[in-house]
Ligand binder design. Structure first.
Ligand code: IVH
Length: 709
């Protein structure tokens, strides 16, 4: 049998047979690793098969198969995890950096709830673990699946890997029938150091920090690898719960312990914002000795009824905040200042740095924000860094806060070289040579090249395929750059992505025959693209990358217009920026005139519009599933609140009414369905009577909306 013959001794025929056998074996091993429904070969055996395969390929390059297992090396492991939609979205947290921010958080909440200044609110305070969040679903006390956060809506199914973590119970005590426990997977500092030492010995990847090591270990195709990695888990939140866990956050944490989870011992109940910052100081002091990385302290309103009343903004809860530790800083030199052109044409200056380690990560770039920032001014024209400008050759203080791109805090002008010159911000786009213009009141210079600017086009495409937009598996920034420049593949605008497969059929050199590609990977890409022809309206609007139109506003627009034809029709009618349709666009809560203008301007530019029309020919846009208000008695109704509300604040009343699908208006007209009048209501209540509009007391209103819960 050829599998016993040393590589040097193989003849052509045997080598070909071996490559075929190895491809099959490795594929099978991968499948088994993935599904874990049968015993798998060991890690070492797997590596040996892979090694033999690549040695044969090196000796017989002409025999390399289209489906070669080596082409899969370095492919993101995540490609093979299945996706699971979170029944309750996984949110992130707003940030506070100072005690003032914390006091404001407390004031904001008390205002919203109408709690008088003299009454303190109880919060819990607990460390913010620097790991990755995971949602564990248990049905009848048995672990059903474990899903990563992903984009908050859809995550990766890492159940087999999660099962290897000792802190994650397979079975719960005394749990609701259905419960999703959420928490942080992390790696202890000592375990991280030991893992890197082992990795180095084996010539394998070194992790930059415990968080990356934890993420890399959890998102392993091979659960046997995860098993060897010392991961831990702290439970701190929950998603779906068939019965309430408790009445307060702190009791819910105790309940999670009773069910079998590990919770953080530094969790404490605090009375008011002062107590919060005191506990913060205590945790900050203990930080270095905890044995795991934390990057701040999380504060949550303790009373779960109040949490429910406070509810959520688009991606963060109103009832919680993360008080972050100050960022770590380092000193280094600016080697060059380069200009990057973004998808909306913004010219962003980036400092290329002498590489330096900041908080365990090597940093070689930092953002310089814009022209004013380099000159030493903020967006309002006030001096920053006492007016010190930033130049090439300067020594600077660099800092990193969270995962964002590093920033420059200050410059040490005592170390400035004598011959240094002030940085001159370009007035033409470095990518396409068009004029770059800074409009009055705008802090950013923009390339006026529009779609003739290749940098804008490429960045728009990258945004189009990114997470939150089309999110096409296997089509990331790297592939976009390759396809954009390729004279055969020619992906110059979004529509070209969807015609890629059919155009590729007629090309002389097919995608599957290119470096780094094979039949399988090309087919996978085409099917990933085809899968996304069906796209929800909000993702499509977001993907177009229109200035000022982010994730939240795209969703607002999509909810408002429901379908693509309705939306595009409105854009056509609003293009002159007058008339009812324009007014209605501006009246959407959360849409301002800046956004509305950017939106209609985009759709009225002939070339841009033509490109969007070409894209739409390729798509099947899904109508927006309206928020489920089908059993809401006030869906589609217009409500006016007037007088003093006693059981909730105005802000809360508005949010709750809108959540139930009602429109809240400030003035009474014939179109008003309900006027909710508290004590002291005056002219509005009178007008309601005059117009025969239903007048309700606050209690009657609550009774009406609470019918559905
Ligand atoms: S609570 C609805 N508590 O921080 C709020 N999050 O920046 C759910 N995190 O995605 C989060 N420690 O991954 C909460 N004690 C803690 C946490 C914590 C770490 C992470 C979590 C979340 C991120 C938000």
């Amino acid at each position: 049998m050829a599998d016993k013959i040393a590589v040097e001794e193989l003849n052509n025929e045997q080598a070909s047979a071996e490559l075929s056998r190895l491809a099959k074996e490795l594929l099978k091993a991968n499948r088994l690793y993935y599904t874990q429904d049968a015993p798998t070969i060991s890690d070492a055996q797997y590596d040996a098969l892979k090694q033999r395969n690549s040695e044969i390929e090196q000796k017989f390059p002409e025999l390399k198969r289209d489906d070669s297992p080596s082409d899969k090396v370095g492919a993101p492991v995540s490609e093979t995890f299945s996706k699971i939609t979170h029944e309750v979205k996984m949110l992130s947290l707003g940030n506070a950096f100072t005690s003032e921010d914390v006091a404001e958080f407390d004031t904001r909440i008390r205002k919203y709830l109408g709690v008088p200044t003299k009454d303190m609110l109880l919060y819990t305070a607990e460390p913010k673990i620097d790991g990755l969040s995971l949602s564990l679903r248990y049905e009848n006390s048995i672990l059903i699946h474990a899903v990563t956060r992903g984009d908050g809506e859809v995550g990766e199914n890492v159940t087999n890997n999660a099962r290897t973590i000792a802190d994650i119970p397979q079975r719960l005590n005394n749990a609701p029938d259905i419960i999703e426990i959420r928490g942080e997977v992390y790696m202890g500092t000592a375990d991280f150091v030991a893992l890197n030492a082992r990795q180095e010995k084996l010539g394998r990847k070194i992790f930059a920090n415990p968080r990356n090591a934890a993420a890399g270990s959890l998102r392993q195709l091979d659960a046997n690898i995860t098993l060897q990695r010392p991961l831990k888990f702290f439970a701190y939140a929950w998603g779906v719960a068939s019965t309430p866990l408790a009445t307060t956050q702190s009791l819910a944490i105790e309940r999670m312990q009773d069910m079998g989870f590990v919770t953080n011992p530094l969790t404490q109940i605090c009375n008011g914002p002062k107590a919060l910052t005191t506990h913060y100081a205590k945790i900050e002091e203990a930080r270095a000795t905890l044995g795991y990385d934390i990057d701040g302290v999380v504060y949550k309103v303790d009373d779960l009824t109040l949490q429910a009343r406070l509810g959520f903004r688009a991606t963060t809860p109103r009832w919680a905040i993360a008080h972050k530790f100050p960022a770590e800083i380092a000193h280094t030199r600016i080697e060059a200042i380069e200009i990057q052109v973004g998808r909306t044409g913004a010219l962003s200056p980036v400092a290329r740095l002498l590489p330096v380690t900041v908080g365990g990560v090597v940093v070689s770039n930092a953002t310089l924000h814009n022209e004013d920032y380099i000159t030493g001014r903020d967006s309002k024209g006030n001096l920053i860094r006492e007016g010190r400008d930033i130049r090439v050759g300067d020594w600077v203080e660099v800092y990193r806060a969270g995962d964002v791109i590093p920033k420059i805090r200050d410059v040490d002008i005592t170390k400035r070289p004598d011959n240094s010159k002030k940085y001159e911000f370009p007035t033409i786009c470095p990518e396409c040579g068009s004029l770059a213009i800074r409009e009055v009141g705008d802090s950013v210079a923009r390339c006026t090249g529009g779609i003739i600017c290749p940098a804008q086009a490429v960045e728009k495409l990258k945004h189009f395929v990114a997470r939150g937009a089309f999110d096409i598996e296997g089509l990331g920034s790297k592939q976009i750059e390759m396809f954009f420049d390729d004279t055969d593949l020619r992906v110059k605008e979004p529509a070209d992505i969807f015609t890629l497969e059919i155009r590729d059929k007629n090309n002389f050199t097919k995608l599957k025959n290119r470096d780094g590609w094979g039949e399988r990977s090309a087919d996978n890409l085409f099917s990933a693209i085809n899968e996304k022809r069906k796209i929800p309206l909000n993702k499509l609007i977001y993907a177009l990358g229109i200035r000022h139109v982010g994730d939240t506003s795209s969703t607002l627009l999509a909810h408002n217009y429901g379908t693509w034809p309705t939306f595009i029709d409105a854009m056509n009618q609003a293009k002159d920026q007058t008339g009812d349709v324009w007014d209605a666009l501006n009246a959407i809560d959360g849409v301002g005139s800046v956004l509305a203008t950017a939106l209609v301007e985009t759709f009225s530019k002939p070339e841009t519009r033509a490109a969007i029309d070409r894209l739409l020919d390729q798509l099947d846009v899904q109508a927006m599933t309206q928020r489920d208000t089908s059993d809401s008695p006030v869906a589609g109704k217009t409500v006016v609140f007037t007088g003093t509300l006693e059981r909730m604040t105005r802000a809360e009343a508005k949010v709750r009414a809108e959540d139930l699908g009602a429109k809240v208006s400030g003035s009474v007209s014939k179109k008003t369905d309900f006027v909710v009048a508290g004590p002291g209501a005056g002219s509005k209540a009178k007008k309601a009577r005059d117009l025969n509009v239903t007048l309700l007391s606050e209690d009657e209103w609550l009774e009406l909306i609470n019918k559905t819960g």
